[in-house]
Design a protein around this ligand. Structure first.
Ligand SMILES: Cc1ncc(COP(=O)(O)O)c(C=O)c1O
Length: 363
């Protein structure tokens, strides 16, 4: 697949410099087509036939395989969720923590992770990583771990500045389970999650799937309680509701995912070119260099992920809105004074030119 073919898969790129896949990725013709075909099938043949049911079960199985392959893990340890936030809720609730327990996290996390961490009832220790060089993040996290720590919960890629946390070194250095929020990593950088205890996937961001879709890798499904059971969780159950969980991580499947969404995410996963990570890295570095060259205070260090953030004097939300009106879609990061550009394999150097030109007009 050439760069031109990759770009032409996404019609939205004809109109916009689409620099916001860290929020939601662009939708391709193929992904949209798969969704529409499945919707039409439901319209014309209904949602209650035996073949429909079999098709749904097969679609779930194919999608589980594909999501697992995306992060290099066995499919039987992958649960199909609707988001990273849901994956975090499943883990934090299943660990059944109490006020004597501690969870260690960082000051660079999204509420999708932080909310469930707080709601678990455990004490939360927050390692300060945002104000330091990325190379000091590991030590800052390790310094917060103590005898009461029951879980370390961090992002692989920090949504605030795009820095990659060394999650494998972290895993090697700790004796407690590690939950990794993969919202900004899966589809953006190469991920090998098999050694991590829990790893979440968001389908709607860098994987360019429909919202809401996602996954949760659980290394050892037997060791996490199913506290939010769905019909998919059980092999069989008793009149009092006690149940034998399904084998593997499918027991954590939170419920029905519309068949058109299953088909669309599967199509999206099949559409990315092999060179996606190299190109997105290259264009992210180019974006960073251009911003630094133009005098912006870029907080993202070189050589990290697909996200580039810089300080903005004044109202970031207003700036993002004005840029959006000019066809440049970026993210303002509330409460930080930062703007953020997401660079995917589909991003062209001209998109970065448009970003710089539009900002020059705003400042
Ligand atoms: C690091 C991080 N975690 C979690 C989320 C929430 O993801 P989801 O909508 O899949 O729950 C986001 C969304 O921006 C994010 O950036």
């Amino acid at each position: 697949m050439t760069a031109e073919e990759a770009r032409s898969a996404f019609p939205v790129l004809e109109r916009y410099a689409y620099l916001n896949a860290g929020a939601v990725g662009p939708i391709s013709h193929a992904t949209h087509g798969a969704l529409i075909d499945a919707e039409r099938e439901e319209l014309e043949h209904g949602r209650a036939s035996w073949p429909y049911l079999i098709g749904m079960i097969e679609a779930r199985s194919h999608l589980r395989d594909a999501v697992a392959a995306e992060v290099g893990v066995d499919a039987d340890r992958m649960s199909l969720t609707t988001s990273t936030s849901e994956g975090c809720r499943i883990v934090l609730a299943g660990l059944e923590l109490g006020p004597e327990d501690e969870v260690v996290t960082t000051d660079g996390e999204h509420f999708g992770l932080l909310g469930p961490v707080h709601a678990s009832g455990a004490r939360v220790r927050v390692a300060e990583v945002l104000g330091r060089p990325a190379g000091e993040a590991l030590d800052a996290i390790l310094a917060e771990i103590g005898p009461q720590t029951k879980l370390v919960a961090v992002s692989h890629v920090l949504w605030v500045n795009g820095h990659v946390l060394p999650v494998h070194d972290l895993k090697d250095a700790i004796a407690v389970p590690l939950l990794v929020d993969g919202a900004q990593s899966v589809g953006a950088i190469p991920v090998e999650a098999s050694a991590i205890d829990f790893y979440t996937v968001s389908g709607q961001k860098w994987l360019c799937g429909p919202a809401p879709t996602g996954g949760l890798y659980v290394k050892d499904p037997e060791r996490l309680r199913v506290v939010m059971p769905s019909y998919f969780s059980q092999e069989r159950h008793e009149p009092d509701g006690s149940f034998e969980p399904r084998g593997g991580a499918a027991r954590f499947d939170p419920g029905w995912i519309p068949v058109p969404y299953l088909a669309a995410l599967l199509a999206a996963l099949g559409g990315a070119p092999e060179w996606r990570f190299e190109r997105s890295r290259e264009v992210a570095e180019h974006c960073r260099d251009r911003l630094v060259g133009a005098g912006y205070d870029v907080v993202t260090e070189a050589g990290h992920s697909n996200l580039v953030s810089w300080r903005w004097e004044g109202d970031t939300m207003a700036a993002a809105r004005v840029l959006g009106e000019q066809g440049v879609l970026i993210r303002d990061l509330p409460g930080t004074g930062l703007l953020r550009a997401s660079c995917g394999y589909w991003t062209s150097d001209e998109d970065i030119d448009r970003l710089l030109e539009s900002m020059a007009g705003v400042s």
